[in-house]
Design a protein around this ligand. Structure first.
Ligand code: HEM
Length: 461
């Protein structure tokens, strides 16, 4: 076997002599990853200043190595866990090791298909409420920020799924607190550790603390009322409260329930909202795809509201959503850190906090060896015929391996139901002259929102 290479011998741009590619990482990350992989192939080293290396992967075999075959050697980056900790605590997204394994086992049943089917009704109801607001707008010809609408809708849906109550109203302090918590967590993750620690009472930190206190008090209050009433409810929180470790018989403590509820709340709305926003944008650019998707919704549903049982028939709608997440994966980059020594792509890696292995789904999904003519929007790529034989790790909107998104079926069901309803009653058109561009924060969103013209299809709609 050939000797493993050193980190310094890994392919990649030299960048600035001192900063490496740190400026590009900050100002145009999507282009940085795309270009680096076009030039250097599926394995690229990007220097971030004098001590930190990003190892970026866009080859399915390499990705499988990290996420599946040697997953025990790669953990969530310590910085990410630290930044997300005030909100997510030791929830499923941030935890690791045996604790994560136990929690995942306890929570998985809540996401089984039959359990999810029971949530379809409330997803449809929340969407119908949104459509009623759209219909009642006093000035229907002014553009609407569809991105904000989707955020509001998905927050309402995951709130109901968790607690059986709508928390999304703008007047509602939970919705506002959640928005602050999400924005501050995003800010912390993106500022690479350069923010005032929590014990310094900057105005920003005080607003954050207040938002966390609000969220904590609401969640703990719901839990304690349920414990006092001896009823757990049949929503997600109820399922988490009832979940019992098969070996020890243990149930989750209030603190664990809080962390998991907060994690599902946060992980479960912004990503789906962004994916839906990108889909409306793409459909407006591709009227032939939109017409086919609407025809499918009308053929399957004939004007009625969809149910979970309709989803397998709404195949093209699902393909549209999948193709949207190929071009605009909401979780556009996933990161890991080697926690044990490994040899990756022939390069010897020590366990080190100064090495971050990243999988930029945005660039992977544009790898021309996996996706011919990658910039073309074509939902047929996800037809059973065209999908056959594609490597599993070529398409990772929900991540892969053991840390695969637990909410993927939830999100797919939610998106299909929402799309089927909206398409039957409205047409969303681009605002002439408004340029839509992606903003790669922690998730990939349309920069500055997504104003669109929202037109009812029928006078009575
Ligand atoms: C289109 C929508 C969604 C996208 C694109 C998405 C994407 C992802 C990705 C890429 C990961 C893996 C992160 C990593 O490996 O580091 C993940 C994990 C996770 N997601 Fe999602 N997600 C979506 C919707 C949801 C929903 C609806 C929920 C819950 C209701 C959810 C809950 C979670 C949780 C709890 C994890 C951590 C799982 C673990 O580590 O065991 N997500 N998601």
């Amino acid at each position: 076997m050939p000797e493993a290479r050193t980190l310094g011998e890994a392919p990649g741009p030299r960048g600035h002599w001192f900063w490496g590619s740190i400026q590009e990482r900050r100002h145009s990350p999507l282009q940085l990853f795309l270009r680096a992989h076009q030039e250097y192939g599926d394995f690229v080293r990007l220097r971030m200043g004098p001590t930190i290396s990003l190892l970026s992967l866009t080859g399915p075999e390499l990705i499988k190595h990290v996420l599946v075959d040697h997953a025990d050697k790669y953990g969530k980056p310590a910085g990410l866990v630290r930044d997300a900790w005030p909100v997510l605590g030791n929830g499923l997204f941030t935890s690791s090791g045996d604790f994560w394994k136990r929690q995942r086992r306890l929570m998985q049943p809540a996401f089984h298909r039959e359990r999810l089917a029971a949530l379809a009704g409330s997803m449809v109801e929340a969407t119908q409420q949104m459509l009623a607001h759209w219909r009642a707008r006093p000035s229907p010809s002014t553009p609407l920020d569809v991105s904000a609408e989707m955020m509001h809708l998905t927050m309402g849906i995951v709130g109901r799924a968790l607690f059986s109550t709508d928390v999304s109203g703008t007047a509602n302090r939970v919705g506002q607190a959640l928005t602050v918590a999400l924005a501050e967590t995003n800010h912390r993750i993106l500022s690479l550790g350069l923010y005032a620690p929590d014990f310094i009472p900057t105005p920003r930190n005080r607003v954050f603390r207040r938002a966390l206190d609000t969220l904590d008090s609401v969640i703990f209050d719901i839990i304690s009322r349920r414990r006092a009433g001896q009823t757990q409810g049949d929503d997600l929180l109820g399922t988490l409260m009832a979940a019992q470790d098969a070996d020890t018989g243990e149930r989750m403590t209030d603190a664990q329930l809080r962390d998991e509820a907060m994690t599902l709340f946060l992980a479960g709305h912004e990503t789906t909202a962004n994916a839906l926003s990108w889909m409306w944008h793409l459909l407006a650019q591709h009227p032939e795809v939109e017409a086919r998707a609407r025809a499918e919704a009308e053929r399957v549903l004939g004007g009625r509201a969809p149910t979970a049982q309709d989803i397998p028939q709404l195949r093209y709608l699902t393909q549209v959503f999948e193709e949207t997440m190929r071009l605009y994966p909401p979780a556009w980059i996933t990161a890991r850190q080697p926690v044990k020594e490994d040899v990756l792509a022939g390069v010897q890696l020590p366990a080190s906090p100064r090495i971050v292995v990243v999988i930029p789904a945005y660039a992977l999904h544009r790898n021309p060896r996996l996706w011919p003519d990658p910039e073309r929007f074509d939902p047929e790529r996800f037809s059973p015929e065209q999908s056959a034989g594609r490597p599993r790790m070529a398409y990772l909107p929900f991540g892969g391996g053991q840390r695969l998104c637990i909410g993927n079926s939830f999100a797919l069901m939610e998106a299909t139901l929402i799309t089927a309803l909206v398409l039957q009653h409205f047409r969303l058109r681009a605002v002439p002259g408004h340029a839509v561009e992606p903003e790669p924060l922690v998730t990939l969103r349309p920069r500055g929102g997504l104003p669109m013209l929202v037109e009812p299809l029928h006078a009575s709609a």
